[in-house]
Ligand binder design. Structure first.
Ligand SMILES: *Cc1c(COP(=O)(O)O)cnc(C)c1O
Length: 360
């Protein structure tokens, strides 16, 4: 059976060479006589897999000295609570910039652990832009400022790094991590669930500046305490070993392709194929402000929503799958993560042109 072009927002498409290598190594990882799933997380085989994944992630992301990289569990939604439990204790207050459904959810969860404020929001216009920095009302006494670098549902992405002075910047990068280079030194903390751009669900990357460790609220579970996990090398509890192994293969794949600068060029080229067509079409429409358009998730609407089901069925028949938009957004959404080849986007646009011509 041929593989489809999978536009799922997550869990999402993975590089085929990674899946092939994992299949080859399933029963016997490199002569160990075991599957990675069957290994002790403290044994020499898994420790080597772990060390390599960690080193590659640090290299690809350019993580500087003074930052700890953790492989945790709980996903980005878990981090919505884990971040305030670890960071808000310094001053009891935090600022949130709300650009869509995910940052809104982060704010609501954090409110259980301290005094949180909306420093800026683009909700009034329907979450189709990023509020400019000069419209933000930042609290200099906040323990941190939280953003979501890419709103996976709304298709709204930051294309600039906020300046928050002495207040640490915290970013949920679940749906755009490793899609482009990032200057980690501008952030206090970055977190990302793996299942969009890095591998299978189950592992969460956390990059934390070391001076932010050690301020956790007493209620914070030990397994979710960054300082405890940093001290234990992410092995205070059993880490999600198989997910880390696959993420490590994805990191190797990204490195072979030229690293994050190459990913960014590839992602810009792919997104342009779809946005250029959306801009010329009068049948399909993307509603996001140009300067905030996501290169990862492209929501679009048919002028006549009565044709949605027919559009999706025709796409499915051509092996273009998981294009249905999020239930709150409606319409369609094409997710174009690192592992989506440009041929997938070209095939999608060819289908859209054909559909438009037949239904105009
Ligand atoms: C997918 C996603 C989440 C939720 O991730 P879970 O793994 O379900 O916790 C949170 N934030 C963003 C930006 C996402 O894309």
């Amino acid at each position: 059976m041929p593989r489809v072009f999978n536009f799922s927002p997550g869990p999402a498409t993975l590089p085929e060479p990674v899946l092939r290598q994992a299949a080859d190594e399933m029963l016997d990882w490199q002569g160990s006589g075991m599957s990675v799933m069957e290994m002790s997380h403290r044994g020499p085989e898994f420790m080597s897999i772990f060390a390599r994944a960690q080193a590659l992630a640090r290299e690809l992301l350019g993580i500087p000295q003074g930052y700890t990289l953790l492989f945790m569990q709980g996903g980005a939604i878990g981090e919505n609570a884990i971040v305030p439990m670890n960071l808000i204790g310094r001053t009891g207050r935090a600022d949130y910039v709300v650009t869509g459904g995910w940052s809104q959810k982060s704010l609501e969860e954090a409110a259980r652990y301290g005094a949180v404020r909306t420093a800026a929001s683009s909700e009034a216009a329907g979450f189709v832009s990023v509020p400019p920095q000069d419209a933000w009302q930042l609290d200099p006494g906040a323990a941190y400022v939280h953003i979501c670098s890419n709103e996976t549902i709304g298709g709204v992405q930051f294309h600039w790094t906020p300046e928050t002075g002495d207040v640490p910047l915290v970013a949920d990068m679940s749906s755009d991590i490793m899609s482009r280079p990032v200057d980690v030194s501008r952030y206090g903390l970055i977190y990302a669930g793996a299942q969009k751009n890095l591998g299978p669900a189950g592992v969460t990357l956390v990059i934390v500046r070391d001076d932010l460790l050690g301020h956790a609220l007493p209620i914070c579970p030990s397994a979710f305490n960054y300082a405890v996990q940093a001290e234990a090398g992410s092995m205070y509890n059993t880490p999600p070993t198989y997910a880390i192994y696959i993420a490590g293969l994805v990191f190797e794949h990204i490195q072979r392709q030229g690293g994050l600068a190459a990913m960014a060029a590839h992602n810009r080229a792919k997104a342009a194929v779809l946005y250029d067509y959306l801009d010329e079409s009068r049948f399909f429409q993307n509603r996001v402000a140009r300067e905030a358009r996501s290169l990862m998730n492209v929501p679009f609407h048919l002028r006549d929503p009565a044709l949605d089901a027919q559009f999706l069925a025709g796409a499915q028949a051509r092996g273009l799958v998981q294009l249905k938009g999020h239930r709150v957004a409606g319409g369609m959404r094409a997710s174009l993560y690192n592992a989506m080849p440009i041929e997938g986007v070209q095939a999608l646009v060819a289908y859209m042109k054909d559909f438009e011509a037949r239904n105009r």
